[in-house]
Structures are given as C-alpha cells and as structure tokens.
Design a protein around this ligand. Structure first.
Ligand code: ADP
Ligand code: MG
Length: 728
C-alpha cells in the first residue's frame, strides 16, 4: 500500500464540499412531509376513521379490522403519491440498528393484470422469517416464528420507495425480541406509577408523559481513508495507530467553526431529518478532532427513540454522498474522547407541568422534590443494573477508562440542589419550599434560587447528572439503542414510585396532612441518597473508586460480569413487578448480550491478528531490509568507519526484530486463547474468556504503535491518526 497511502491522503485532502440541494420553501413548510402524522391522517382518512385512530394512539384502545383496512387505504393513497412501491415493518431487534423486510404493493388482480394492494392485515402484523435474529434461545426451532406488530403511537414514514411501519418484534410465545417492546412497557410502568403521586398534588392531572432528548455524538472519517483501514471497516474502531502529535490538547475543536464539507453533510442530514418530522435543533463540533454532535428538541420517549434510530440509519448513506463515513463506535480512536449518547430524561403531566423542574409555588416545589428524590433513590437502588444497561463490548472502552463515564453509577446534583436537600433535613417537615425572590420573603423557607435552571453547574465526569429540568444519563453509548438504558431507568423509577406512594398513603391514613406525610417519607430517603449515590467530585479519581466501594456502589469493570445484574433476584423481582421484562426474557436477553460481546471481541481479535501479520510485520520487515542494505553498502564503501556510521541503523534493526518477534508471539497466544474460548458452550463463561482476549489486544497494539514510531513513513501501510483525524 505504501505509496498508495499518500495518494489516498492527497485525494482525501483535496475533496471539496458538495452543493446541497436545499428545498426552496422554508423548513416548517416541509417538516414532516414524509411522515403520516395527524395532519395527513386528517386529510387522507374519513372523520370517523380519524377519530378511531386518534383514540387508539392517545388512549391505547384497540383498532378493529375494518378501521385498520381504512387506515391502510389512506396510507396507501398518500404513499403512492410519493412514488412508494413497497411496504415494510420497521423494527429494532437485539442487533445494532433496525431491521426491515420489504414487500411490494403488487398483487394479481384476478383479471390477468397487477394491482397495488395494502390492507389492514398487512399494516397491523407481519411475520418476518426471523429465525436468524438474536433471541437468546427463546425461539427454539419449533416456535421459530417471530411477529412484528404495528406501534400506532409512532407514525408511519417513507424511506426512499418504502412505507415503513414502526413495529414491535415478539416471539411466538409473546416474549420481546427487540428494544421497542420493553421501552413501551417501561414508559407505561413509570407514567402509571407517577400518575397517582401527581394526583396528590393536582387532581386535574390525567396522564403523565416520559420524555427523551438524545444527543448523538459521532465521528466523520473520509471514506477513502476509512477504506484503507480494515479495522475501521470491520470493527468500527482503530485497533492500532500511534497518537498524533496534535490531537485535542489545544481544545480548539469543541464548538469550533464547522469545516465546509462537514457543514454540507450536516445540512443534508438535517433536511432529511426534517422531512421525517425529526425536530433537529443542535449541531456542533465535539471535543475530539472530527467528532461532532447532533441533537433534536426532546419529545415523547418512544417516538424520540425511533427518531434516533431513523437518524442513525440516514446518516451513513448521506455521509457517503459527501465522501465520509460516520463512526458510531464509542471509542474509535485511542487517547482522544469517545462518543456517547446523552439521554436527557424527564417526566411531565398532561397539564403541562414538568415533574423534574422547580414548581410555581411551595406545593409545586414539593412535587418536584418528590420526583427528584425518588429518581435518585431508584438510581441508588439499581446502580449496578443501570450500569449493566449501558454496558457493551464497545462502550467498555469508555467505561472506567479514564473518560466519561466512570464504571460507577453515581449522580451529580449540583450545588443548589445538594444544599436544598441538606436544608430539608434540618427544617420541620411543613416548611414551605419556595423559589427565592418570587415571594419577597425567605425566612424559614427552603429556597431554590430562581436562576437555578441556568445555574446547573456541569460535571462532565458524572454518568447521571441533574441539569435543571431533567436528568442526563450520560453513560449511554453512541452506538446503543436508547431503549436498553431507558427501559431499565423507567422500570427502576416506577418500582420506587410505587413503594413511595404506598408509604405516603400509610402516613396520610394516620391523619397527617399531605405535605408533612410526603416530607416525612422523603427524609430518610434524602439522608440515604446524600450518603450513597450523590457525588459531586471527580468521578475519574482513584479516591472515588475506593469511596464508592465503601458506600456500597457497584464498581465492577468487567462487562460480561456487569450483565449479571440483570438476572439477580433483585432485578428479576423489580422488572417482573413493574411488567417490563419476565424472568425468561431477562435470561434470554443476557444470553444475547454475552454472545454479542464474545462475537464482537472475536471479530476484533481476528482483525488485529491479521493486520499485525499481513500489514504491519511485512511493512516493518521491508524497512528493516532497507536498513540492512544500507549497513552492507556502508561496509563496502566505508570499510573502516562503517561500524560507527551504522550504529543507529543497527539499533533500529534490533528494535524492529524485537517488536516483530513480540507481536508474533502475542498474536499466536491470542489465537490459542480464541481456540480455547470458542469451544466453551456456556455464553457467560465464553464471554468471560473473551473478556481476557479483549484485554490481550492492548499489548499487541502497544508494540505495533512502537513500530509505527520507528518505521519509515513511506513504508507504513495504514492511514495514520494525524491523517484520519485532521482531514475533513
Ligand atoms: P447539552 O450538550 O448542554 O447537554 P444540548 O442542547 O446539546 O445540551 O442537548 C440537550 C438535550 O436535552 C436536547 O435534546 C433537549 O431538547 C433536551 N431537553 C431539554 N429539556 C428536556 C427535558 N425536560 N426532558 C428531556 N429532555 C430535555
Ligand atoms: Mg447534554
């Protein structure tokens, strides 16, 4: 590849931004054009059908077959106006990304011709030949069918020539085989558990909503440089590569001017996103070179998560038009920031009251404190589980690796809220909680300063941070489906809220006024969370690791081991109680998690071995041969001075031999370890074996990176960090 690398680098560097086709109308005019939302339903459905589908979406009432047929007919008319020819249930299996199986609208018309058809049955249910999706043994061959069923709460959309129907994916026996089903169940659990508590404060509340605002971080890499790196192509990250002399130490990338090729790409994905009704709001450079972020306005959690998946699907095909590849891997490059997907999470009522923001008066503030404290109690109780919910082979490179987030789930409250909680413990339970300044008096009150929302200080090292009107679950990986983390968070919070409501009811039954009953119930919880889960210091420090262990927080760093939290009796009981997962589902999903972990590490290990042997060693030996030739020539031409003149060359020859030998030995050991791991039947045990293999990649990398440092730049076959990270 030698010379070729330079050609590729030159070509990549010369690429210019392409002109983006911007619609001639303003954004609000085409926003949602490719989504069958309410406005379209109103236009394409009769008023009684429209009313029935709205009732189904808003109140969860079932849709009868006749109405489903009519809805399908309206969708078909709309879709065909957009040149759509195919239809697909669009679902989120336990792999990365989404799945779809396209069927055309075509049917025989019985008169020798063809006709486009799409009816209620096709809309509501499909039976994908799905025996090859991960299922953790739930689908034995005799029950190999899987079913996808329409989720009417997420609107149907058009992708190219296909009408996509957001769907859940379940087994013949009803177990969830996807991320959407448990997410929906968890939203139901947490909003239903929150409702009776809201009613204590305001009898007019009829419904609670769960919100998600995701922030998607990603890297862009020039596609030609990407193609020259087998590791990026097959694993999504660089398995080797010496650090660039300049990386992110100047802090000049975060919020820097967006390079023109990147800006064109961003414009393009925004246009595509807007057409799909995704309210994209923020775009900026992230901390690392060639790292960026995209975030929409938050929305209802199930829909927001679908929209995140839709964006992830869109980004790569559009990036290719701009000569880029998008990397969603959590840690594509060593030594610089990795990518996360912050999940901004909150609850709110149908009366428009946010439940995790200070209220309008003392009562509202008490409601806020109630939810705030209970969320933290849930995070404390299930901290090991929440960590397991974001753990993966790829996110493992962020977890505990001296970068956000540490492998300990604690919560950051900021000074204001920490002070408020301490004060609440000191004052009588009937002390009103006021927002300072609003009432012009502050004696005897527990104050929440008005500037509070803008004042939430940041702690980038915290995996779970309060940010004024929401919690930000920062530990979620950039490649993850938010459903995994949110199902766990929602379930844990639901469980806690149920217990809390029961405790308050007990107190009020004795005749205590509500505010005192609530505060009396909250106080021991506040004491406990301040002692255990709340931590405002540096989450990366070694002192914190020791302190967290002392506090009883989970400090496990081994990913396959972390997954065990999901099948602990405590977790099974909690998930079953709130109706999010059954014990069978938890076991099956863990099998999938372990299996996926092993396979990912297996692929990395194979790629590492092959690259080391086929790319790196030959390049190093070629350079060594050059050195040896130089030494020979030296002897011929300068016989008396040759020894002194060839000292450096000889030293390099020795170093290369040593490193090549070292790499070869380590690769052989890794291959042998793989052979031993591959015969292990039990998925958990196998994943543990693969965890050791994952750790063995690092020493190989060290030697390869040292070779990169001393090997002739001309001979080095792989695009270097300085090239991949700085060309855009
Ligand atoms: P930052 O990087 O400072 O955290 P961003 O603006 O990049 O902030 O992202 C914040 C995300 O949080 C956005 O998606 C925003 O819509 C979302 N968000 C704001 N308020 C809430 C809320 N109450 N509930 C859920 N998400 C929210
Ligand atoms: Mg954020």
């Amino acid at each position: 590849m030698g010379k070729l690398r330079f050609d590729v680098v030159q070509e990549a560097f010369k690429k210019k931004a392409i002109v983006v086709e911007v619609p001639e109308v303003k954004t609000s005019d085409y926003f949602g054009a490719l989504v069958f939302g309410r406005e379209k339903m109103c236009k394409y459905l009769s008023s009684d059908v429209f009313a029935k589908i709205c009732d189904c979406i808003d109140n969860g009432h079932p849709l009868d077959a006749e109405t489903a047929d009519k809805v399908a007919a309206g969708m078909k008319t709309w879709a065909m106006e957009h040149g759509v020819t195919h239809v697909s249930h669009w679902f989120q299996p336990l792999t990365e990304g989404t799945a779809e199986k396209h069927d055309s609208f075509m049917e025989y018309d019985g008169k020798g011709g063809m006709i486009e058809t799409f009816d209620g049955k096709m809309l509501v249910q499909q039976e994908p030949d799905a025996s090859s999706f991960p299922n953790g043994g739930i689908r034995a061959t005799f029950e190999a069918r899987g079913y996808t069923a329409w989720d009417p709460t997420s609107p149907v959309f058009i992708q190219d020539d296909t009408l996509c129907i957001p769907s859940v994916f379940i087994s013949y026996t009803g177990e969830a085989l996807d991320y959407k089903t448990p997410l929906k169940k968890s939203i139901k659990a947490v909003t239903e558990a929150a409702l009776p508590i809201c009613k204590l404060f305001d009898s007019k509340v009829k419904r609670v909503y769960c919100y998600l605002g995701w922030e998607q971080e990603y890297f862009l890499v020039d596609e030609d440089l990407f193609a020259a790196r087998p590791d990026l192509m097959l694993t999504g990250r660089t398995l080797m590569g010496h650090a660039s002399s300049k990386s992110q130490q100047l802090d000049d990338h975060y919020f820097g001017a967006i390079p023109s090729r990147v800006a064109a790409f961003m414009r393009d994905i925004e246009i595509a996103g807007y057409k799909l009704g995704i309210p994209l709001k923020t775009r900026h450079n992230e901390a690392a070179p060639n790292q960026f972020e995209l975030a929409p306005i938050y929305g209802e959690a199930n829909l927001a998560n679908d929209q995140n998946q839709m964006m992830m699907n869109l980004m790569n095909p559009i990036a290719r038009k701009h000569g880029f590849v998008v990397l969603f891997h959590e840690k594509p490059f060593e030594g610089i920031n990795g990518s996360g997907k912050h999940n901004n999470w909150s609850l709110g009522t149908d009366t428009g009251t946010p439940l995790l923001a200070p209220g309008k008066d003392a009562k509202g503030n008490l409601q806020f404190i109630t939810f705030f404290v209970n969320v933290l109690a849930a995070v404390q109780k299930h901290n090991a589980l929440l960590k397991a919910s974001i753990a993966s082979a790829t996110n493992a490179h962020r977890l505990g690796a001296n970068e956000a987030p540490p492998a300990i789930v604690s919560a950051f409250l900021g000074k204001t809220m920490t002070d408020v909680l301490h004060k609440l413990l000191e004052v009588p339970s009937d002390t009103p909680i006021e927002i300072a300044g609003k009432k012009g008096r502050n004696i005897g009150l527990v104050e929440i300063p008005e500037i509070f929302v803008d004042n939430t200080d940041r702690n980038r090292t915290s995996p779970f941070a309060f940010t004024g009107n929401r919690f930000e679950f920062r530990a979620v990986g950039s490649s993850a489906n938010c459903g995994g983390a949110l199902s766990t968070l929602n379930a844990a919070v639901a469980d806690q809220l149920i217990d809390f409501k029961a405790a308050v009811d007990k107190e009020t039954a004795t005749g205590k006024p509500l505010n005192i009953a609530v505060m009396d119930t909250l106080k021991p919880i506040i004491r406990s969370i301040l002692d255990v889960v709340c931590f405002d210091g540096n989450g990366y420090s070694d002192e914190w690791k020791a302190e967290a262990a002392r506090r009883g927080l989970d400090t496990e760093t081994n990913v396959p081991e972390m997954f065990k939290a999901f099948i602990s009796p405590k977790a099974v009981e909690m998930f079953t109680r709130v109706g999010v997962y059954t014990g069978k589902e938890l076991q099956a999903r863990n099998e999938v998690k372990w299996e996926t972990y092993s396979k990912k590490v297996q692929i990395e290990s194979r790629v590492m071995g092959r690259m080391a042997i086929n790319h790196i060693i030959p390049a190093a030996l070629a350079y060594q041969t050059k050195l040896l030739k130089n030494i020979s020539l030296m002897k011929e031409d300068f016989p008396s001075e040759a020894d002194a003149m060839s000292a450096t060359q000889k030293e390099l020859v020795r170093q290369i031999s040593a490193l090549v030998g070292d790499i070869n030995t380590k690769v052989e050991a890794m291959i042998a370890a793989r052979a031993r791991a591959n015969v292990i039947e039990d998925e958990y045990e196998k994943a543990l074996a693969y965890h050791c293999i994952a750790e063995s990649l690092q020493p190989i990398r060290r030697s390869v990176d040292q070779l990169e440092e001393i090997t002739d730049n001309d001979t080095w076959p792989l695009p270097k960090y300085r090239e991949i990270l700085f060309i855009n």
